[in-house]
Design a protein around this ligand. Structure first.
Ligand code: SF4
Length: 380
């Protein structure tokens, strides 16, 4: 289960997530939003039960955004109590909260632990103060490190740090220092994302005006290759294109997405995939609150995929995982032959050195990792 909290203190110039700057002094709207998410949970519960689609138990809950750590502990408690009243969860469910470093005190973290949050995903992004300032982030490198230490003192034994590479003005050495500093904090999980520029963002506009100096492509490739080598040498498993984990600490929640299993999203702009249907809710917070208040689902998009579509998406997503996809498992799951549908595409990609087929599993080669989107597109 995913819950989207679409509020941030201010908008970062590169960000195209659905998040709105929270004007100070408007906690009422946040509370209205939390209430609306709980109303939506209740509507979804009734629907899942009526359709006979309620799962035995959800095995993960991810509260993302936005900046969910902006919510007060009382509001996080309301969300957790509300969804656990509506839906069954495994006793050992992975419960993640996204938080931004700085401005979080230990008492807050202790409260989160007591509420059942057992994993924090921290938006560190860089451990270089100049780059953090350029990214419009509101914390410093030192505050990021302090937040990790405070989280440890509060009892969090499962921390994930988000880092970004390929930033404007970033050298390979700066990236290496950030990564070394992050590894020194020994988080259980690291997500290393390459910055992508979206047209609708401030960075997108700067790029269109020729005012954004991004590192050249060969340097970004060198950063990616160095990342893989350094993190695997440091004991992390490279289990997904951008994600690394100490043994036993892969993100259970995100693996659901990459395996294209069912997930339920609650909140404005949240996406869901359930029983072969994908849907997305309105990104307009006011509209979201209004629609659930009158008992309607807040969906603005819905699509039912046929078996071939589901299979293609499952391959596309599964290729993000380093272990790739098992052709035999896919045939059992979808009743279709991968080989029968995409034989020519697979042969071409294997020939080009981008895919490899080994012991019944199809996976990206090291070269394919760098051209993943081109490979994935073949299955859509
Ligand atoms: S804090 Fe995260 S979600 Fe919020 S604007 Fe910045 S990048 Fe986007």
């Amino acid at each position: 289960m995913y819950i989207h909290i679409p509020f941030c203190l201010r908008k970062c110039p590169y960000c195209d997530f659905v998040s709105y700057p929270l004007s100070r002094g408007s906690p009422g709207s946040v509370q209205q939003y939390v209430d609306a998410v709980l109303q939506e949970a209740s509507l979804r519960k009734d629907w899942l039960e009526a359709e006979g689609l309620m799962p035995e138990a959800f095995h993960s809950l991810y509260i993302g955004g936005g900046t969910p750590s902006l919510l007060g502990s009382r509001q996080i408690a309301q969300l957790l109590e509300g969804v656990t009243e509506c839906f069954p969860f495994q006793p050992d469910a992975e419960v993640t909260l996204e938080a931004n470093p700085g401005a979080i005190c230990r008492d807050e973290m202790l409260a989160w632990r007591h509420l059942g949050i057992n994993r924090l995903s921290l938006g560190v992004q860089s451990l270089d103060d100049c780059l953090l300032a350029r990214l419009g982030r509101m914390h410093t490198a030192e505050e990021a490190c302090q937040t990790v230490q405070e989280a440890r003192r509060a009892g969090f034994a499962n921390l994930s740090l988000d880092l970004m590479l390929g930033l404007p003005g970033q050298s390979i050495e700066q990236w290496q220092e950030t990564l070394a500093g992050a590894v020194g904090l020994r988080p259980e999980h690291l997500s290393c994302y390459e910055l992508t520029i979206e047209e609708s963002t401030s960075y997108g506009r700067l790029q269109a005006q020729g005012k954004l100096a991004l590192p050249p492509e060969d340097e970004v490739i060198a950063m990616l290759q160095w990342t893989r080598q350094y993190l695997t040498d440091s004991g992390y498993e490279h289990y997904e294109i951008s994600n690394y984990a100490l043994p036993g600490y892969r993100s259970r929640h995100n693996q659901i997405y990459w395996e294209n299993r069912w997930y339920l999203g609650l909140g404005a702009a949240a996406f869901s995939y359930w029983d072969g249907r994908r849907w997305g809710s309105t990104a307009d917070v006011e509209e979201y609150i209004h629609r659930v208040a009158v008992g309607s689902f807040p969906e603005t998009y819905s699509e039912r995929l046929d078996k071939k579509g589901q299979l293609g998406e499952t391959i596309m997503l599964g290729l993000r995982l380093r272990e790739g996809v098992s052709l035999a498992d896919l045939e059992v799951r979808f009743g279709l032959s991968v080989w029968g549908i995409w034989e020519a595409e697979i042969a071409g990609l294997v020939e080009a050195g981008l895919l490899e087929l080994s012991r019944g599993r199809l996976r990206l080669t090291d070269r394919g990792l760098l051209l993943a989107s081109r490979v994935q597109a073949a299955f859509l």
